[in-house]
Design a protein around this ligand. Structure first.
Ligand SMILES: *[C@@H]1O[C@H](CO)[C@@H](O)[C@H](O)[C@H]1NC(C)=O
Ligand SMILES: *[C@@H]1O[C@H](CO)[C@@H](O)[C@H](O)[C@H]1NC(C)=O
Ligand SMILES: *[C@@H]1O[C@H](CO)[C@@H](O)[C@H](O)[C@H]1NC(C)=O
Ligand SMILES: *[C@@H]1O[C@H](CO)[C@@H](O)[C@H](O)[C@H]1NC(C)=O
Ligand SMILES: *[C@@H]1O[C@H](CO)[C@@H](O)[C@H](O)[C@H]1NC(C)=O
Ligand SMILES: *[C@@H]1O[C@H](CO)[C@@H](O)[C@H](O)[C@H]1NC(C)=O
Ligand SMILES: *[C@@H]1O[C@H](CO)[C@@H](O)[C@H](O)[C@H]1NC(C)=O
Ligand SMILES: *[C@@H]1O[C@H](CO)[C@@H](O)[C@H](O)[C@H]1NC(C)=O
Ligand SMILES: *[C@@H]1O[C@H](CO)[C@@H](O)[C@H](O)[C@H]1NC(C)=O
Length: 751
């Protein structure tokens, strides 16, 4: 998210299936045809070039359904053949339908277009700068960024002191000069009009996220003096591999899947994915769920943004249990800006305004109440030199572009997200509707209304961390028994690297060029978690993605949302990321491919589909439901997940059981953990056994948590936590029970 607070996963409109698949042919769209695992017989599978057996098979399959005289070569845009099996092709609806019924096809779905959804933030998390001697350890870790590209000349991406890339690295650099920091870079534009593209970041977003993950420490960074300090990523010693899957219009599923296909085969360790939609899709009609599943099979964790549709009634996206879903919260630094009215009244708002002070400028309310460029420019009244007051307008982007074009001195805009400071293209501030009304009352009361706007000031937010207004909340609409988002990380007013090809306000008429910019979104929270995952991976090369996720989730710090206890756990999951603790979690909840497959079986995916996805015909769905809670198994609650969630019928008493197994990853060979329940009064949480004894490292011990309670109202949420404590570690799992509302059901049908 950048300029339009709370819109969808990043900015602008939501993704509509095929809305800009752009084939130029009526009724023909770009579809993804997903075929599951790669046949192991294909010797070429991991070769980037060449026409392999897998491609022949794709062409053969497609040719079987084409009857308009065209051939598969005219239609296939890309074969996915390095890490997963499938292709993107231009198809009619009828052709897509035919394909979906064919042998060997898991799913066929239109390629949607998604949106790409410092420094201080790490200090706020209590995460120290990496000492020199540990940089080398990080040098073996490679993070794949699926984003808008990168601006390589930023000092954050200097490779000073770096050795050559790890020898296992198979990635390449296309139309881009790599160094020993950025060791791979490619760009994809399968559904776009131009075949030429470069991994250079023309949006800023990709440079921002990449530097948050692995930027070198750069001293004396600021945005025109604001947020001054040392900018750094979580793992400054780690390598970056750039997969530019977002072009100007957005990020197509076809490009996203290409990015995953390459990143996994190239040998990345962690994938950072700050892209999403306003609500999740079914797992095998969702490029990122498919891509991250194949990543998980190869031991690669995908960390993703939870979405920015919290103010629009949307729900958390990127919910697959094999990926980490990251919510956004505030840090202790806040930016405020003030207007002093002619009557002496001071009104505070938020914005990043580093322009010179404007003194006693006339306040002007637009004649027709609209700040659209058409209303402000070319009329009889001139807004030149005035401060324009912009009321909210349904469906209009109130971003100051109208006042800027009209030559206004400044602007006052209404915001729904007063917790976020946006960078405006001219002096101004964003205020709540209440404050806007106060300004209007003053304007109406005098014949000569004036105001003075000063530069933005920095203050301390003593309540932080608080979940960001725009951060998409749960419940998880796809698998109700898996708590999403998983955890929260800083995503409000974060300073990090930027691209000079994009203005800091995103407005092309804003001529400023900056190396570092302050922006907000779950897009900014995600790379904090990706970086923390890379940090954990640098200590534990052999940990599975589930072990790393567990380490991050069980060591997160619980957060309070003052005065809003209902929203809390569904908004931020386990709490705020704590990278320092995460590298030594004591116990982890592990899960491997077979565990996810059992969950998918229980959730109703067919044995035939799952056999294609896993490439194993021993996948036996019938046996998966071995626990005492069959309903829970179908909803995902049986998966060995580090949190426990259940959706229950409203107005009925309930009992749910969560079978779990923990693995001892602490240093001590013999260790005892005792359970502690932090329960809300309204839940009864019974843990059995209450003591776990380990005599060896990597030993696994199982237990069951039984949660019961009396009837809840629709929409009510209750939470508690199960904490396993030893002398050295605390392993905390939130427990969340919620009563579904009709809204959830509606949303689920839409999803
Ligand atoms: C290489 O990148 C430049 C922009 O840096 C772009 O204009 C050009 O089209 C790209 N070339 C190819 C072959 O993709
Ligand atoms: C940071 O900037 C200040 C003022 O411009 C300067 O005095 C100081 O030496 C700089 N520090 C570093 C480490 O460059
Ligand atoms: C702005 O206007 C106020 C009220 O009329 C006046 O007190 C103040 O001195 C003016 N400021 C400047 C810098 O002219
Ligand atoms: C930038 O300015 C040009 C003309 O000066 C105008 O046509 C265009 O709409 C402006 N762009 C934005 C985003 O305001
Ligand atoms: C101020 O006047 C405008 C129209 O001139 C009106 O729409 C608005 O309700 C008034 N606001 C206040 C707070 O008085
Ligand atoms: C599993 O698949 C392989 C190859 O497709 C086949 O040879 C084998 O007979 C199958 N096994 C079973 C139990 O169906
Ligand atoms: C499923 O159950 C059958 C019979 O109970 C058993 O033979 C088989 O091994 C089981 N399969 C799995 C994958 O557990
Ligand atoms: C739910 O539990 C409460 C407390 O145990 C009990 O009083 C009530 O009758 C139960 N309601 C139903 C519908 O079983
Ligand atoms: C939580 O939600 C329920 C149902 O909507 C409502 O009755 C209750 O008052 C809410 N509690 C709080 C603290 O907001």
């Amino acid at each position: 998210m950048h300029r339009s607070a709370g819109k969808k996963c990043r900015r602008g409109r939501g993704a509509v299936a095929g809305e800009d698949a752009g084939t130029g042919k009526v009724g023909v769209l770009v579809y993804i045809v997903y075929l599951g695992h790669l046949p192991s017989t294909d010797a070429d599978a991991s070769e980037p070039g060449g026409f392999s057996a897998v491609e022949f098979a794709h062409h053969g399959l497609l040719n079987q359904v084409l009857d308009d005289g065209s051939s598969a070569s005219d239609r296939i845009l890309r074969s996915y053949k390095r890490s997963l099996n499938g292709f993107a092709a231009k198809l009619s609806e009828e052709e897509a339908h035919k394909l979906s019924g064919m042998n060997g096809v898991v799913s066929v779905f239109p390629s949607k277009t998604l949106r790409p959804l410092t420094t201080r933030s790490w200090d706020f998390l209590g995460f120290p700068q990496t000492p020199k001697e540990e940089l080398q350890l990080e040098g073996d870790v490679i993070v794949g960024m699926l984003d808008t590209g990168v601006w390589p000349d930023s000092p954050s991406f200097s490779d000073e002191g770096f050795g050559p890339p790890p020898s296992r690295w198979k990635g390449t650099c296309h139309n881009f000069t790599c160094n020993n920091k950025i060791i791979g870079a490619r760009s994809y534009d399968l559904t776009g009009s131009s075949s030429e593209s470069s991994p250079l970041d023309d949006a800023g977003h990709g440079s921002h996220t990449a530097s948050t993950v692995a930027g070198m420490a750069v001293a004396n960074v600021s945005f025109y003096g604001l947020a001054a300090g040392t900018a750094r990523g979580a793992v400054p010693g780690a390598r970056l591999a750039i997969y530019k899957v977002c072009q100007g219009e957005g990020c197509s599923d076809a490009d996203i899947l290409a990015g995953f296909d390459d990143a996994i085969a190239d040998g990345v360790d962690v994938i950072s994915f700050s892209i999403g939609s306003s609500s999740p899709s079914d797992y095998f009609s969702d490029a990122q769920a498919i891509g991250s599943f194949h990543a998980m099979r190869r031991g690669v964790l995908t960390s993703a943004a939870a979405g920015n549709s919290g103010l629009d009634g949307g729900y958390v996206c990127n919910v697959a249990p094999w990926m980490l879903s990251v919510a956004a919260s505030s840090i202790d630094r806040q930016f405020i800006d003030k207007i002093v009215l002619g009557n002496g009244q001071t009104i505070a708002g938020s914005s990043i305004n580093t322009f010179a002070t404007i003194t006693n400028a006339t306040l002007a309310f637009p004649a027709n109440g609209s700040c659209d460029p058409e209303s402000l420019v070319g009329g009889t009244y001139s807004y030149k030199g005035k401060i324009v007051l912009c009321p909210p307008q349904e469906g209009h982007l109130n971003d100051g572009s109208g006042p800027l074009l009209a030559g206004a001195a400044g602007a006052i805009l209404v915001t729904r997200a007063p917790d976020v400071a946006f960078t405006l293209p001219l002096p101004g501030l964003m205020v709540t509707q209440d404050n806007f009304d106060q300004i209007m009352a003053y304007v109406n009361s005098t014949s000569n209304p004036v105001g003075t706007i000063d530069r933005t000031e920095t203050t301390t937010n003593t309540q932080a961390p608080v979940p960001a207004s725009f951060s998409s909340p749960g419940p998880n609409l796809i698998t109700t028994g898996i708590l999403k988002p998983d955890l929260s990380a800083p995503g409000v007013d974060i300073i990090a690297s930027w691209s000079p090809l994009s203005s800091p306000s995103d407005n092309p008429n804003d001529t400023r060029k900056v190396q570092y910019n302050i922006i907000s979104g779950t897009s900014m929270a995600c790379p904090h978690a990706s970086g923390a995952a890379a940090y954990v991976k640098s200590f534990h090369r052999d940990w599975s993605p589930a072990m790393i996720m567990s380490a991050l989730i069980t060591t997160a710090t619980p957060m309070d949302t003052p005065g809003n206890s209902n929203a809390t756990a569904l908004k931020y999951g386990a709490g705020q990321l704590n990278p320092t603790k995460a590298h030594d979690p004591g116990l982890v909840y592990d899960a491997l491919e077979g565990d996810y497959v059992a969950m998918l079986c229980a959730a109703g995916y067919t044995q035939k589909q799952l056999a294609l996805i896993t490439g194993s015909n021993t996948t036996a769905c019938a046996n998966s439901s071995t626990t005492t809670s069959p309903g829970l198994a179908a909803s995902g609650g049986d998966l060995n997940y580090p949190t426990m969630a259940a959706s229950v019928e409203p107005w009925s008493n309930f009992t749910v059981a969560f079978p779990r197994t923990v693995t001892n990853v602490g240093a001590a060979a013999a260790v005892v953990y005792d359970s502690n329940v932090e329960a809300a009064d309204e839940l009864v949480v019974d843990v059995s056994p209450t003591r776990l004894e380990f005599s060896a490292q990597n030993q696994k011990v199982s237990f069951t948590v039984i949660v019961s309670g009396v009837a809840m109202a629709e929409g009510e949420v209750r939470s508690a936590a199960v904490v396993w404590s030893s002398n050295e570690h605390e392993v905390r799992s939130p427990v969340v029970v919620y009563a579904a509302t009709d809204d959830d059901d509606d949303a689920q049908q839409r999803a």
